[in-house]
Design a binder for this molecule. Structure first.
Ligand code: SF4
Length: 429
């Protein structure tokens, strides 16, 4: 039997797809590159915005009647009934904590032409898949360290799709990091909805000390962690980063709005001033550090003044990159019951203004890098230009340059030109 996995959404879903891939490869099923060639199609879904959810339904609509279809991930968790109602073709709906049972789903349902669902959320960390599973690539290793969220920000569906916070035990995380380092992975990304709330109470290990211990593993060049919640910031993190140069000088630090009034409505437990203070503290202690962030534009009640505060925060923080979205009400959340009172054109205009500002910030920052030597990790070929490679800097900037290296190799590149979203250069020989 052959299978195909289509992954929508965040790195957590990519990591879950790697685990599903491991389970199915272990029973000698073959993964296909093209969806048409598969007997079983697994759709690992994302529910973070309405648009992302709709994409899943249109993907299912294009599948062949003879294929077995399993929907997993966040939409599966939150919209089980809707999936079955809208798509009679779907054979099994499996929630975010139950995909470890993929063998039983195949043997007890798909092979018997039965339909079913399992969306139970578990309270404990599931460790049923071995730490060592098939990875998407051989140079960046994702390691899930926690899952779920206790914050219940008023707009966010994650606590309903991933459940309450669960932390993976320290020993398992450390062993997996060591294994990846021994097997040639040079970049490790610790994953979770709130990585900086992770702890192992039994072992007495905090998130900062977890980072410090992983940084002690030889051969790991860049350690990253996503996503950090600004409300859980601890100064111990700065100390650990200062002491360990292999913790990447880049933090994704989603603020969502520059207005304290809107942050309060969003249920975020920090103010604009506190957020700015934390960023300033990092920058004064680690001058080379870069930040990226997420913003929601047009949250119910966002006034022109609130939006101006968002723009001024972006100018102050001078992010390396941003992810920004128009507010999308999600079922189950508290904000979904608030009147969405901002006209669509106003939301669009605000998003456009935000993009323009950030584009100018990036152009200015990239201009300042011309003539500078940057260390770049090769990630593959540049499909747009033959003979060129594609890579990423420590702060996630995309760099293209002529060369002949394998993915995962580190190369020094002198930057000679730039655009708003990428840099170009020549390898330092
Ligand atoms: S911190 Fe807020 S936005 Fe982030 S996952 Fe938790 S509830 Fe969602």
């Amino acid at each position: 039997m052959k299978f195909f996995i289509k992954t929508f959404g965040c790195q957590m879903n990519v990591n879950d797809s790697e685990k599903i891939n491991h389970i199915l490869s272990d029973r000698e099923m073959e993964r296909t590159k093209e969806v048409e060639d598969a007997d079983i199609v697994i759709i690992n879904s994302c529910a973070v915005r309405e648009k992302a959810q709709e994409k899943i339904f249109s993907f299912i609509g294009r599948l062949d009647q003879s294929q077995k279809i399993v929907v997993s991930g966040c939409v599966a968790q939150s919209e089980k009934d809707l999936i079955l109602k809208r798509n009679r073709k779907v054979d099994f709906v499996v929630g975010t904590h139950q995909f470890y049972g993929m063998n039983e789903i195949i043997d007890d349902f798909l092979l018997k032409n039965l339909k079913g669902t399992n969306t139970t959320l578990s309270k404990e960390w599931s460790e049923e898949v071995p730490d060592i599973y098939s990875r998407e690539n051989r140079f960046t290793g994702f390691i899930s360290i926690m899952e779920g969220c206790d914050n219940f920000c008023t707009y966010c569906i994650v606590p309903f799709t991933r459940g309450r916070e669960k932390y993976r035990p320290y020993r398992n995380i450390f062993d997996e990091a060591e294994y990846l380092a021994e097997n040639g992975f040079r970049e490790i990304v610790l994953l979770g909805q709130n990585v900086n709330s992770w702890k192992d109470q039994k072992e007495g290990v905090s998130f900062a000390s977890l980072l410090s211990r992983i940084a002690g593993i030889e051969k790991i060049k860049w350690i990253r962690f996503i996503t950090s919640y600004p409300g859980y910031y601890e100064s111990e993190l700065i100390d650990v980063m200062k002491q360990n140069r292999n913790i990447a000088r880049h933090i994704h630090f989603p603020v969502q709005s520059g207005s304290t009034r809107i942050l309060k409505k969003m249920g975020r437990n920090y103010t604009r001033e506190q957020y700015i203070q934390i960023i300033s503290k990092f920058k004064s202690e680690i001058p080379e550090i870069k930040f990226s962030s997420d913003f929601i534009v047009g949250f119910p009640g966002e006034s022109d003044r609130d939006f101006d505060l968002t723009l001024s925060l972006i100018e102050k923080a001078r992010y390396d990159s941003l992810f920004s979205f128009i507010y999308s009400p999600r079922k189950h959340t508290k904000a979904a019951s608030i009147d969405d009172n901002i006209p669509a054109e106003v939301k669009k205009k605000r998003l456009q203004l935000l993009h323009e500002l950030q584009k100018n910030i990036q152009l200015e920052a990239h201009g300042g890098l011309v003539g500078k030597e940057l260390e770049v990790m090769v990630t593959g070929n540049n499909m747009k230009r033959e003979g060129e490679l594609l890579g990423r800097t420590e702060s996630y900037k995309i760099v293209t340059f002529p060369g002949n290296h394998k993915p995962g190799e580190f190369v020094k590149v002198t930057i000679d030109s730039f655009g708003p979203h990428s840099l170009r250069g020549l390898e330092v020989i």
